[in-house]
Design a protein around this ligand. Sequence first.
Ligand code: M6R
Length: 630
Amino acid sequence: MCGIIGYIGPKVAYPILLTGLKRMEYRGYDSAGISTISIEDNQRAVNIVKKQGKVSNLENKQTELQGNLGLAHTRWATHGQPSELNSHPHFNDDKSLMLVHNGIIENYLTIKRNLEQRGYVFHTQTDTEVLTKLIDYYHKKCKQKLSTTLQNYEQKKDPLELALRAALHDVVGAYGIVLFHKDTNKLYAAKHGSPLVIGIGKNEHFVASDPAAFLDHTRRVLYLEDEDIAIIKENSYELKSLCSHNGECIKRKEDLVDWDITAVEKNGYEHFMLKEIMEQPQTLANCLAGRLDPQFNDIKFTLKLTLNFIKNIKRISIIACGTSSYAAMAGKFLIEKYLRIPTEVEVASEWRYKNPIISKDDLVIVISQSGETADTLAALKLAKQFGAKTFGIINVVGSTMSREVDSGIYIHAGPEICVASTKAFTAQVLCLNFLLIKLGKIRGDLTETQIQRMISNLLNTPELVKQSLNNIEQIKAAANLIKDKQSIFYLGRGINFATAKEGAIKIKEISYIHAEDFASGEMKHGPIALLEKGFPVVTFVNKNDPLYEKNLSSIQEAKARGAYIIVVADHIDSTLQSYADTILQVPKVPDYLQPLINTIPLQLLAYYTAKLRGCEIDQPKNLAKSVTVE
Ligand code: M6R
């Protein structure tokens, strides 16, 4: 949801900023802009180029964008349609102040009205122009005040820092911002709700929404926390808190990024989505590595919960959004079936506003690939306020959620660039299994034999996923059959209701075919009215499912209305062949691994259907990877 990068150092800023934007294009891609400061004959000049559309529209602009200091932005529109005018950076009237922003300023209309009364004129529909002009207003005021003050220590203060503080105290909402002023060799950054990370190089600094933006220059990073203000120079940076009025510097531990730039490259694949689907055997192996040991009959990760708490958990709430919430549904099914702990799953945007019932005996689990999703983060903060114990299942190391939770587990799927989530979902389901076994062992809900069997099945997942990736030609044929359809149903029962939801979101977000998911038994309560000859219905049949017969009945009901039946099944026999038009075979696995395995052909089905329809697979319209606004 918008990508930001800033650079200050001895190198030419433009190519660094352009590459950084390309690496973050998954965060937003409706318009982009770059601004730099160049110096010629001792004259400082601000340069700016903005374009509607993709970052590639900013290529070949080196002559317009000279200089060693700059900032850049790739946008996912919130306020105001995607256009050159609304794109970032935004600036004050004399273009001396440039600002890029990720987030939403909720009270921007009130601030705008106040500024208009003071003579400010607005040219765009954005909340970011309002924030820029608010900082400009305070900057002018602070400069004036400091120039008239007689106290020496006051004169040493930086008027832009004071202005930034004053403006940020006025705003309500979320922001990750980077700005510069023509007259100073500094970048200023501030964070509340939207991620920012400083890259620390040799005599150079970077600041970005994602370390991928600058990873070919440095791995040394410092993640900003909410309410941080950073003042970044070529050779140093200062970290301060918006909450401290004295402006003293804060010391915080730096981190080292432990993944490689190849992780954010396509490595020969046509799309990131296909690469990410195909690398699942490896990502799952990474997720398993060092955590499961059949000899010890246990899972190695730290649950910072007391024995007493674990044995007396009254309820588990799993909160997430989108695909992560479907992994959560699979988790609920397993926790209730194997541990008999009442478990609720709710999308974060609903849970956070419903005045949820939270008690100190509850465990609140958040699941998020990015670790930055605004609704999930707000829900997590709410759960903590009410004293619940929190646990995170998160992919992005160092993300805001990973730092907020009481304890958690990284899924180790590596950077996921395609907007449609694939490898994160399978690793989330695997981690929910880890949690299931851990809690089951401590509480005594699972026997040693059960645990042993589960662990050995979990250790097999990379190989099982590899086998599920083998059906490509058949999946391409199925994609060819559905590519011109208007609508598809995804039906699932039990744990595979979660898989049906995941299959449906995948196809709708990248192929733009309308898809709806239903619990299989619900179809006859209304949706069946839509079925007609050739209407595609995707569903699941697992031979050892206690509801095997019922699954066949649901298929029969759809088939009787002329539906075209695609079944993901762990066997092929004459019964199934008489019911299904296409069977996508997967290996036989116990229920706790079914969403992980059954989702693989559906990821590929979505991918090849979108490809046949000529869709922009990695960057579907209207979407962005990490939803850091409400
Ligand atoms: O980063 P998160 O897991 O918190 O993101 C949640 C959803 O925005 C995300 O899963 C979204 O639904 C995906 N684009 C689906 O493929």
